[in-house]
Design a binder for this molecule. Sequence first.
Ligand code: PEP
Ligand code: MG
Length: 577
Amino acid sequence: MSSSRETRSRTLTGIAAAPGLAAGPAAVWRDQTVTVPRNSGRQPATETARLTAARAAARDEIRRLRAKVAAEAGQAEAAIFDAHEMFLDDTALLQHAQQAIETGVNAEAAWADAIEFFAAQLEQLPDPTLRARAADVRDVGGRVLDHLLGRRTAGVQLDVPSIVVARDLAPSQIASFPVARVLAFCTAEGGPTSHTAILAKAWGKPAVVGLGKAVLELSDGTLVQVDGTRGEVVVDPDEQTARAFSQRRALAERQAVSERSAAADPATTRDHRRMEVVANIGAVEEAAVALEYGAEGVGLLRTEFLYLNRRTAPTEEDHLAVYTAILRAMGSRPVVARTMDIGGDKPVPYLDLPKEANPFLGWRAIRISLQRPELLAVQLRALLRASPGHDLRIMFPMIASPEELRAAKAELERARRDVASAGHPVAISLQVGMMVEVPSAAVLADQFAREADFFSIGTNDLTQYTLAADRTNERVAYLSDACHPAVLRQIRSVVQAAHAAGRWVGVCGELAGDPDAVPLLLGLDLDELSMAPVAIPAAKAIIRRWSWGDAQQLAARALDVDSAMAVRNLVRASPPA
Ligand code: PEP
Ligand code: MG
């Protein structure tokens, strides 16, 4: 799209990364190019000392940013800075820089070369998550370089509340913005799982990513409207567009306030069908947030956070402390803990996971757990020890065949015996279920229903495997819409098989909190929806507006259209009667 200023009210389309509407002046964050001097005439020992001092200063800054993000966005979001701190001490990186220093190169050039060497190596890797780490290495590298060159590294100034526009934003750049003055984020690059998306969601700021170069041609102060729900940015809106947008925003704000005020009430349809609405959480702090937003329990506790960004595997006591804190916060409400779902896009360096051509089709989740049973046993023992007095449920991720479920249940029984023989009490009744996120599990749901107490459908993975579209690859993001009828039909058959066997079924993928999908999932007869805490008030409000009968009719029609977009259009054109 042309960037000429006389074309008014241009619309740029990107990827919806964090929901919400915002309008304001653009503050364009431009990448700085730096020329690094190579020789100083100083002794190598002096250069080594300068590099050490710059790393120490960078470490202090990273720790301050970590504390800021932990307080404002949560521990899980702050964990990225632990990885940054680890890069600062990376032996291979330091050796590379030191060797150059010994040959007479100054600290800044030696460090800049080492960073570029490692970032370029990461960029060659097939795994998109590891490739994305190159940006983290450059981010940390730039921070150290700033200190060596004496450049200003203070937080970004925003004189007025602004829409931040950038090529892409590294976590430490995002964390440097004064949150209160950021209205929204727009980036030229990045996908829906980029750091910008994760932090923007945690801060409740709308974000649109992957907008292309055109967005970088904006001048500072240009008025832009950001629709983080649709993934659209309107530049220089004319009066009529601006008026319509501000009406939509005012309406959305009023609606959000009223939804929040009813968040603690149950979600019951007009014809008295109750839907359980629970939260997806990934850290202790999020349990309290979930309750604030009206969660009736936890439908997915992603336990991976316990394994990431550390140098050794968590001990049984590490696990126990976390599970006990979460169960205490939730009281008698149900908490579904998913056993470790690592591998795929969640690398864990100390486990020495082999590099694979197709990590999502490879050694991940239950596959690792069953081949490294000692790791799983530590987690299971801790879960069992934390269970007395609570409604803890355990589920296994990525189950593809019934033997895997049987083997996982056998591990749980072994852990139960170990815990009992060590004299620890265990909750008497404990439901054991599985995630349905591999198409084979959906197809064989009737067989699984004989052995699982419940199903939780992971639509994020179920969609990537059904449509054969890597969930982290922005080029195939157009295929990764869980509203696709091929996914909805699998949900329907899983629910039917489960209910025939007297089992309950939930959805815990992103689809559960998607406003378009909520009436469909109601109509498909799900028992529970589990979603990000912030999505709960709106989902409950949608359920209350529908009758179950109407939702069933809508779902039946949705199964017969031929694309995710057609499903969404159908829902949008069918407001509750
Ligand atoms: C899913 O796949 O839908 C899911 C909830 O699991 P995760 O997103 O953690 O893979
Ligand atoms: Mg999954």
